[in-house]
Design a protein around this ligand. Structure first.
Ligand code: ZN
Length: 136
């Protein structure tokens, strides 16, 4: 292993590194820079430049902060939350004809329910709260 590589390796030891959220933030950062460079052709505003620069700076800071973070459990939870959001969207779309998704009013758990007409009662499997669901 080269000297630089081993230094980098030692530096990254015990740190979080990259994940899906990190990759998406990086893509968002690149897109932002790209779109901004195109928009500056049409928009001549210091305020606009400043705002975009601040956003991209904050984004870059957040990307590096997560990468070098030692709080691995917390970063992992962030990533799971992020991935879960998209998985839910995807599933909602996939079985939109057969199922509906409703939030339990008590524990906020998201329930996947088979589609049916009229008013129904549902018991939440997590907190056993009974609530009505209308017009699925
Ligand atoms: Zn519940």
């Amino acid at each position: 292993m080269g000297r630089f590589k081993s230094m980098l390796y030692r530096f990254m030891y015990g740190r979080y590194g990259t994940d899906k959220l990190g990759t998406c933030l990086l893509v968002a950062y690149i897109v932002l820079i790209f779109v901004h460079s195109i928009l500056t052709i049409f928009v001549e505003s210091i305020v606009f430049d400043l705002v975009i620069s601040l956003i991209s700076l904050a984004l870059a800071f957040f990307i590096f902060y997560r990468m070098f973070s030692r709080n691995i459990a917390k970063r992992r939870r962030e990533n799971e939350k992020f991935c879960g959001f998209f998985t839910l969207r995807k599933n909602k779309f996939k079985d939109r004809k057969t199922h509906v998704y409703r939030k339990c009013p008590q524990c906020k758990a998201i329930l996947r329910l088979p589609k049916a007409k009229g008013k129904h009662f549902v018991v939440c499997p997590r907190c056993k709260h009974r609530f009505s669901v209308r017009g699925r």
